[in-house]
Design a protein around this ligand. Structure first.
Ligand code: NOJ
Ligand code: CA
Length: 681
């Protein structure tokens, strides 16, 4: 009897296990050149995993996928996978402005339908020769009403961890404005993307996302193991994403290359974004700009009215004259509007975006800029006062357009989790303010509102304290450039940036897109040679950064008097453009050095920039990228005695004739660099 009852319960147990167990499934998608492959598997519990191999070598080991919700059953287990449609794309499209004109999009695509029996999500995978992108597509019938996502399970299990993992710490008060940390994968705490690993097989692996729209950004949460967990940034109430109806997630991206230059040359993030939605964007004008700006950071000028006020009508005209006389393109003015007096960070809601302070005549300056053919870059600092800004945005942008303002630099200085929600004052939350992260869905949507409205009024945006770049400049070409980095400004008033910082940025932050770093400062010991506030650079490295750190709006950040004092070096800034026909990363190593050659748009001329970290080194240039004929190369390089610390101003300028078969060795000092203009004869 007892034996019979034991048999009965065993039967039930076995039945229960087979009842929820599934036949494991496995699929594979391969890149056009057959190198990278994406494997999708399910286990016997119906959990879904992906992996990425490069040939026979695993790059990403088995990593989980799935979703959890506050108001719907989770989509993590009991899932089946059916392969959907496949496609191959091989097209070339054109960037209206950019680091290159033509971009080839060559990929294999495969969709999969994931089902829990009641609901489905489509997983779309695109395989490029230099990486993998995948995203989740939710159909309208996935959920009735608003869906509240509390977790996206996407993981990245790094197959070959190394201590060369470069990452920017997330959830810190100054947003993305930190130097990159270099640790083992296992020591990552919480990191913004792009995060780049030179893995133990010497492959370069960048984790990021593309096309971040109406979603929260993804942070990578370390786990003390080789697994990095994708973590969506939470809103004020813990919900990470709210969506109604059909929607898609951003693409989760993994770029994988064998060399550093190949990583820098990858167009995958742009290729995963939608084509231009704005139509004719000939009004979006790239260029090199100067501005009433660095003087404020040095403390020579102020944003506030008073003796040191920077933005006066006469000072603006003096800048416009200097810019026009030297053939540069744009003029930025900060501190022109009402709101800077007092504590402008705390008094966010006092900013007016239409009224100028009494010493600045906006109409007169705008007319003067137009007369001198200089693009006016106005500044809107919101201090994170989103409602105050949104209430005025349309009127302000319409005013700017009527005055011929072509560009706007926006700013969102504020504690990274301090963006108030003035729309949330209800019984559930009481009559107190709640706050959002600058990289959560609420702010992603605010930044997008600014881009959409600026497009309506034909204004190009340079965003400071932005959301990280995910390639949206393809879809919205007026979203030109942004900060989202520890920029040059930190050298003015903090312990500054180490020489290696700018050799890390191309491989990390800039994998997402252009950067308003504000290079080109000539007076690098502005507080005296012994002061701790200085720029850890040689003077020719500052020229090189104008080429290396790509931005379609590139600032020449120093004061007019410092350029006037060094006209021979300033010649490079007068010559260098901010829009390119082609960009060739020639060589480099993450955190060590980078060399770029870029061909000016609609021109046969080339500009080369090379930078190094704290180590001196030489590079051997081969000019085989040049077209036919002879060119005059003007080389701006570190002198024999140059050293960022002891002799930052030792520079040599020399000219020579070069052609496509020329070669040249160039030495870089500690913290140094070089720039070369190569002009067709
Ligand atoms: C921070 C920005 O990065 C900087 O460029 C600007 O001058 C200040 N905020 C003031 O808005
Ligand atoms: Ca900033």
């Amino acid at each position: 009897m007892r034996f019979a009852s034991l048999i009965a319960s065993l039967t039930i147990i076995i039945f229960a296990v087979t009842g929820c167990s599934q036949e494991p499934t496995s699929y594979s998608v391969t890149a056009p050149d057959g190198g990278l492959s994406f494997k999708l598997t399910t286990d016997e519990l119906g959990r879904v995993y992906f992996a990425v191999d490069d040939g026979d070598t695993a790059v990403i080991s088995s990593s989980r996928m799935g979703f959890a919700f506050a108001n719907a059953p989770s989509f993590t287990e009991g899932l089946s996978v059916v392969a959907g449609e496949t496609a191959t794309t091989d097209t070339t499209w054109e960037l209206p402005w950019g680091e290159r004109r033509f971009v080839r999009d060559h990929h294999n695509e495969q969709s999969f339908v994931l089902s829990d029996g009641d609901r489905t999500i489509t997983l779309r995978v695109r395989m490029f020769d230099d990486g993998v992108g995948f995203r989740f597509e939710f159909p309208a019938d996935f959920h009735a009403g608003e869906l509240l996502i509390t977790d996206e399970l996407t993981q990245f299990n790094i197959a070959n961890p190394s201590d060369k993992t470069f990452w920017n710490p997330a959830y810190n008060k100054d947003r993305y404005e930190y130097e990159y940390v270099k640790t083992n994968v296992t020591d990552v705490k919480a990191a913004h993307t792009p995060l780049t690993i030179l893995d133990s097989t010497d492959r370069y692996v960048t984790l990021h996302e593309a096309s971040l729209i109406d979603y929260s950004s993804m942070v990578l949460r370390g786990t003390d193991s080789s697994v990095l967990n994708g973590e969506l940034v939470a809103g004020f109430d813990g919900v990470r994403v709210r969506q109604t109806g059909a929607f898609v997630t951003p693409w989760r991206t993994i770029q994988v290359t064998d060399s550093a230059p190949e990583l820098l040359a990858s167009n995958m993030i742009l290729n995963l974004n939608e084509p231009n939605k704005l139509g004719d964007v000939s009004w979006v004008k790239p260029g090199v700009y100067m501005g009433i700006w660095w003087g404020m950071h040095l403390g020579e000028n102020s944003w506030a009215t008073g003796e040191k006020l920077g933005a006066t009508t006469s000072e603006a005209k003096r800048y416009i004259d200097f810019i026009s006389e030297n053939g540069l393109d744009g003029f930025l003015v900060e501190g022109w509007n009402i709101g800077w007096d007092g504590n402008w960070i705390a008094n966010a809601d006092l900013f007016s975006f239409t009224e100028a302070q009494p010493f600045f005549d906006l109409e007169e300056v705008a007319a003067y800029a137009q007369e001198k053919n200089v693009d006016l870059v106005l500044h809107n600092e919101t201090s994170g006062g989103i409602k105050n800004y949104e209430d005025q945005m349309e009127e302000a942008y319409a005013l700017y357009q009527s005055l011929g303002v072509s560009h706007l630099k926006t700013g969102y200085v504020g504690f990274s989790n301090g963006y108030p929600r003035h729309d949330i004052h209800n019984e559930d939350h009481g009559d107190y303010l709640v706050f959002e992260w600058n990289h959560g869905q609420f702010m992603v949507n605010h930044y997008q509102k600014s881009i959409d409205l600026a497009a309506k009024y034909k204004i190009g945006i340079n965003m400071h304290e932005p959301i990280k770049p995910t390639g949206l400049r393809r879809t919205y070409p007026n979203f030109m450039t942004r900060e989202g980095v520890r920029g040059q400004e930190y050298n003015a008033w903090s312990e500054g940036n180490q020489p290696a910082h700018t050799t890390i940025l191309p491989f990390t932050r800039m994998m997402g897109g252009p950067l308003d770093f504000t290079p080109g400062v000539f007076d690098v010991t502005f507080k005296g040679a012994d002061a701790s506030e200085r720029i850890r650079t040689t003077i020719t490295k500052q020229l090189a950064l104008m080429v290396v750190l790509y931005s379609p709006l590139q600032m020449a950040a120093d004061l007019p008097r410092n350029y006037a004092a060094k006209p021979e070096l300033f010649q490079f800034i007068k010559d260098v453009p901010a829009d390119w026909e082609e960009s060739l990363p020639l060589e480099g190593e993450i955190g060590e050095y980078v060399v770029y050659a870029r061909q000016a748009r609609d021109s046969e001329n080339w500009f080369i920039g090379g930078i190094t970290n704290e180590d001196a080194r030489s590079v051997s240039l081969d000019f085989s990228f040049l077209g036919e004929g002879d060119f005059t190369a003007t080389v701006y390089r570190d002198g024999e005695q140059a050293d960022w610390e002891t002799n930052p101003y030792d520079a040599v300028i020399e000219s020579m004739s070069v052609n496509a078969s020329s070669t040249l060795n160039v030495a870089m000092a500690k913290g140094g660099g070089f720039a070369i203009s190569v002009i067709k004869q």
